[in-house]
Design a protein around this ligand. Structure first.
Ligand code: ADP
Length: 627
């Protein structure tokens, strides 16, 4: 028989397994049992729509058989089985889940227990076996086949006479060495405890023949060894157990295996609900942003089970978009098993569950925010952007859910994250608005003259550093009767009555001059004005109307916007800066020079506000001309 070669990737993984110095080799059993359980799921699933399967849910089982003489351990199932092609494709290549690259890159890194956390599937059996024989008959096929391999130098596939549907995986257990006692995997007590440890919640019975000491019939004190087939697992799914009976480690392992995350979740949430909708939910908040989270590839959803049997892998309708980062599952006996996707969308029961789950997530997040601030901030760092998008989305429909969950850094000591509620608790006397400023970074926002001014006057300012922030606050409109004000949009916002009066007088007196400057700048600006809000700096930009300068920047970054968004930009000139007198003098003596000044000051203001200047060459020429 011709030996076939493993695919390159598989060879690498195999090599890792065969030469493994990994101390938890025992996990191979969990991997094989989990595959067997999946195979039973598949056939059971099929039986729902195909009466020729002829098996009831109670007929499926997984069996462990030990032969000490032959040093073999066999894992059998009566699930869907594999065709010849399946054997080639599934066992000749590692699963294409993409997790392999991850495994390889991170193998051996400190703290990342890849094998333990992910599982590496079928190949992990090569950690304890030097030869593996897989005999399988797929449902609906006439012929069964045998796949056999002694490791790295390839495998063979041939026909077999197995006549029942399912799979037998025979492991030829390695001989013991100085360091490694492989024989323990031939001891029934060891196998029993491994099943308890790793596979207790598997839904199908895992059976094995065990030897029990029993009282001999008719005697009072004579014992005999009786061989009995026992079911080793309790078959209660993890989510059906009381949270108090499940260790954090069990939850974490369940999470990372199921959702392919190398980091433990930041929070585990369980919910049991009875009444309008009866269900159990097990939810996880991940500790970091999945690499594809903010892309179209990311699919939200919870696994959906009906009475312990999975009926959908990602039920998107169970999670609102703003909580799309939540992973987990929902098990409800109210749903029919063979419900289709289309039917589900209209299912009233599902809608009720989705609402209740949303409420639960919200209250858990609020609890974290209050009692476990550090982790909440970590979570917000990973998924806060999504919450802010949620605030803005659907015309602000979800603001009541989200307004207390979002946070912003502020100009108060330490620049800590604050909720809107926390901000409003420390308003300055007489302050009726929530003040903010937008920009790329805290450092850049801090350099804006109006922000400097606000801080000097003792006001706290929210730093909006994400593009969505200002849009989200605009959508929110008000928080607790306080409106939101952009300190850079309305320069006169913080001026005292006297200052306002002085600025107004200045503007009136220099009306002609300011108009002349505006004309020189054309429609690049809406107006040129004096201001008392720029601290010691000569100029800055503000805006009139709905759109701020920062919002214009964001909108124009979007593909296809073509610079359509235009804020009504106002060039503010500091009335107390020497430049103010200089400009007034130039208007009398040298209008051409004033025109150059107008252009230079406008360009400077754009730079201060983090915008580029349209014509840098002209700017350079003008400045050099004045020098
Ligand atoms: P994974 O389980 O992560 O997909 P494995 O290497 O463990 O990766 O298994 C590869 C594939 O082989 C499985 O996806 C499944 O299609 C198939 N397979 C493994 N064991 C069995 C089995 N007992 N019955 C049917 N198919 C199986």
């Amino acid at each position: 028989m011709k030996k076939k070669q493993f695919k390159t990737e598989s060879q690498k993984l195999l090599d890792m397994m065969i030469n493994s110095i990994y101390t938890h080799k025992e996990i191979f059993l969990r991997e094989l049992i989990s595959n067997a359980s999946d195979a039973c799921d598949k056939l059971y699933f099929r039986s729902l729509t195909d009466s020729t399967v002829g098996m009831a849910q109670g007929d499926y089982e997984i069996r462990l058989t030990v032969d000490k003489e032959e040093r073999t351990l066999t894992v059998s199932d009566n699930g869907c089985g594999m065709t010849e092609d399946d054997l080639e494709n599934n066992l000749g290549t590692i699963a294409k889940s993409g997790s392999f690259d991850f495994k390889r890159e991170n193998a051996g890194k400190d703290g990342v227990d890849i094998i333990g956390q992910f599982g590496v599937g079928f190949y992990s059996a090569f950690m304890v076996a030097d030869k593996i024989t897989v005999t399988s008959k797929a449902f609906g096929e006439d012929k069964a086949h045998v796949w056999e391999s002694e490791g790295i130098d390839g495998y063979t596939v041939s026909e077999s006479d197995k006549d029942t549907v399912g799979t037998d995986i025979v492991l030829h257990i390695k001989p013991d060495t100085e360091d490694e006692k492989y024989s323990e995997y031939l001891e029934s007590f060891r196998l029993q405890s491994l099943v308890k440890k790793y596979s207790d919640y598997i839904r199908y019975p895992i059976k094995m023949e065990v030897e029990n000491e029993k009282l001999k019939e008719g005697t009072k004190d004579e014992y005999e060894t009786v061989k009995e087939v026992e079911t080793l697992n309790s078959m209660v799914p993890l989510w059906k157990k009381n949270q108090a009976d499940v260790t954090a480690e069990e939850y974490n392992r369940f999470y990372s295996e199921k959702f392919f995350d190398y980091e433990a979740p930041i929070k585990v949430v369980t919910q049991k609900s009875e009444g309008t909708a009866t269900y159990t939910a097990l939810l996880f908040f991940p500790a970091h942003t999945p690499f594809n989270y903010y892309t179209k590839e990311y699919e939200k959803g919870l696994e959906l089970y009906s009475g312990g049997v999975m009926i959908m892998e990602k039920c998107a309708d169970l999670l609102p978009d703003y909580f799309s980062f939540v992973k987990g599952l929902v098990d409800s006996s109210d749903l029919s098993l063979n419900i289709s996707r289309e039917m589900l969308q209209h299912d009233r029961q599902l809608k009720v569950m989705a609402k209740a789950i949303e409420k639960k997530i919200k209250s858990e997040l609020e609890k974290m925010q209050k009692d476990d601030r550090e982790n909440y901030e970590k979570l917000f760092g990973a998924f806060g952007l999504q919450l802010k998008y949620g605030l803005y989305a659907d015309y602000g429909m979800h603001k009541d859910v989200l307004k207390d969950l979002v946070m912003f850094k502020t100009s108060a000591e330490g620049n800590k994250l604050k909720t809107l509620k926390e901000y409003t608790e420390t308003l300055k006397e007489g302050q009726t608005s929530i003040l903010y400023a937008a920009g790329e970074s805290i450092e850049k926002i801090d350099r804006l003259p109006q922000v400097e001014n606000a801080k000097a006057r003792g006001y706290e300012v929210l730093y909006l550093t994400d593009d969505i922030d200002e849009f989200a606050l605009k959508m929110l409109g008000k928080y607790d009767d306080k409106d939101f004000k952009n300190v850079t949009a309305d320069a006169s916002l913080l001026e005292t009555e006297e200052e306002k009066k002085a600025v107004e007088d200045d503007n009136k007196a220099a009306e002609e001059m300011l108009k002349y400057m505006k004309e020189q700048l054309g429609d690049k600006v809406f107006a040129v004005r004096f201001s008392a809000s720029l601290k010691d700096h000569p100029v800055s930009l503000s805006s009139e109307g709905e759109l701020s300068v920062e919002m214009e920047k964001t909108l124009n970054k979007m593909p296809g916007s073509d610079g359509m968004a235009k804020a009504q930009t106002v060039l503010e000139i500091n009335r107390e800066h020497p430049i103010a007198e200089k400009l007034k003098a130039l208007y009398e003596s040298d209008k051409d020079k004033l025109a150059s000044y107008a252009k230079i000051l406008f360009a400077e203001a754009r730079l201060i506000n983090g915008l580029s200047i349209d014509n840098p060459t002209e700017f350079a020429d003008l400045v050099a001309g004045l020098m």
